[in-house]
Design a protein around this ligand. Structure first.
Ligand code: NAP
Length: 275
């Protein structure tokens, strides 16, 4: 039997186990997906133990995504983003490989909705883990990225990193949340990568700024229909909920670990039935 899992703290309400186990069932794989909640001091030991026990792959979530980067052989994209959310123990090397599939989750969510970031003006709200993944994903696909964050200095740092690494053809800009007033009306793509909308019916983007030429991805997936998405829909925008991003980060992780094409529809159905 193959064992996969999620390591984080807390992970009790994760939707990854049913999503991945739907894939194993669909493909007739003898596999399980297990959640692990080590204390922060024992995270490195937990990874060594997982490797020694023959676990095939682990997803990594809060608060370990940055720690994981230091403990694995991270691919260049994960290095630039500064976080690893997928570890593959199957290689020959003593050090497992690390990837960031949150970024792929953003890219594949837009692709699934026929939205191309190439040449687009993109606004990323938030400069934490999800914001970094979204900003690098969109910049690498050819978007001009504006990062808006409550703490403006974090947005400025992220924009500087996007500009310094020489991979993007456009100059990234940054500001606080007031900068949404000037950036969103001209934008083609908007990502909410803050946690606003999760605990209460709030939005980080004032409704009058939304418009019909915008594609809006909200990383928040619980609830799936956030106030931002409702107001974006009312403005005529294309809306993409956070379950798509969650689905595709899992799809890409599955494909990394197994080398098989993921049964996307089955994974999607398992995920959405639990939202
Ligand atoms: P994080 O690293 O802790 O970053 C949180 C971000 O939210 C920061 O930019 C923070 O701004 C901002 N923020 C928090 N409270 C705010 C408020 N009241 N007003 C304005 N901004 C606020 O968290 P994360 O890992 O990036 O996650 C962010 C969200 O994305 C969460 O809802 C998470 O569930 C979701 N997410 C979804 C997926 C998916 O697959 N769908 C994947 C990853 C994350 P400051 O810098 O000013 O603190």
């Amino acid at each position: 039997m193959q064992v996969f899992g999620l390591v984080g703290n807390p992970v009790g309400h994760s939707l990854s186990p049913p999503m991945h186990e739907a894939a194993y069932d669909s493909l007739g794989m003898d596999a399980r997906y297990v959640t692990y909640e080590p204390s922060p001091e024992r995270f490195a030991a937990a990874l060594d133990g997982a490797d020694a026990l023959g676990i095939t792959g682990l997803n990594v979530t809060i608060p370990f995504k940055q720690d994981a980067l230091e403990l694995v052989d991270a691919d260049p994209f994960a290095e630039r983003i500064g976080a690893v959310n997928t570890i593959d123990f199957t290689g020959d090397s003593d050090t497992p490989r690390g990837y960031n599939t949150d970024a792929a989750g953003v890219s594949r969510s837009f692709a699934r909705h026929d939205v191309s970031p190439d040449g687009a003006d993109a606004v990323v709200v938030g400069a934490g883990g999800a914001g970094r993944a979204a900003a690098f994903a969109l910049a690498d696909e050819g978007a001009a990225v504006h990062v808006a964050n409550r703490t403006a200095s974090r947005a400025a740092e992220l924009a500087a990193e996007l500009n310094d690494d020489g991979e993007s053809e456009h100059t990234a800009t940054a500001g606080d949340l007031d900068s949404l007033a000037t950036s969103v009306p001209d934008a083609d793509v908007l990502v909410n990568a803050t946690s606003v909308g999760m605990e209460s019916d709030e939005t980080p983007v004032p409704a009058p700024l939304l418009h019909e030429n915008l594609a809006v991805l909200d990383a928040v997936y619980a609830p799936p229909d956030t106030r931002l998405l409702r107001e974006a829909r009312e403005a005529g925008a294309t809306t993409i909920d956070g379950a798509w991003m969650l689905l595709y980060q899992g799809v890409v992780a599955f494909e990394r670990w197994t080398g098989r094409e993921a049964p996307v529809d089955e994974m999607d159905a398992a995920l959405r039935s639990r939202l």
